[in-house]
Ligand binder design. Sequence first.
Ligand code: UDP
Ligand code: MG
Length: 163
Amino acid sequence: MVGAGANHGADMGSAPAIQGYFKMALERTFSIIKPDATRRNLTGKINAKFEDAGLRVVAQKRIHMTKAQAGVFYGVHAERPFYDELCEFMSSAPVVVQVLEGENAIAKNREVMGATNPADAAPGTVRAEFAESVGENSVHGSDAPETAAVEIAYFFSGIELVG
Ligand code: UDP
Ligand code: MG
């Protein structure tokens, strides 16, 4: 676009305007590649499934959570019978925490993950292919925009999110 205000139609179609338009439709979700998967060296295979589905890894790091940190993260499940075992498991080995970006990223990621119990997970999903049990099920993914925002902020600062 050459010359400010020369043509409003061309202005609307300029590259920054188009990028701005599409960015508005993008959503971010929080994801964890769990200890059972990092132990078996599956980080790349799982990321390939996300990327093949159109999800972009816009932040990622490998950490080893303490049991207390896992306990805060899964606080919503504190009253559930599996809570203690879940926190033990999540702090048993390194995990890869990540932010995935894409259109309808929250729902799309849940689709790629498959059902919580791998026995119920659709063929081709991460959990159908890789999960070992209902507890050791390879991935976590946010379930709603509110939880995604809280979970992203628990592990990442704004400057670490590069879309
Ligand atoms: N979980 C478990 N036993 C159960 C249900 C869940 O160990 O009966 C674990 C499992 O690792 C699951 C996590 O707790 O991923 C969180 O449960 P949620 O119901 O939120 O499932 P998700 O959102 O991960 O599919
Ligand atoms: Mg959940």
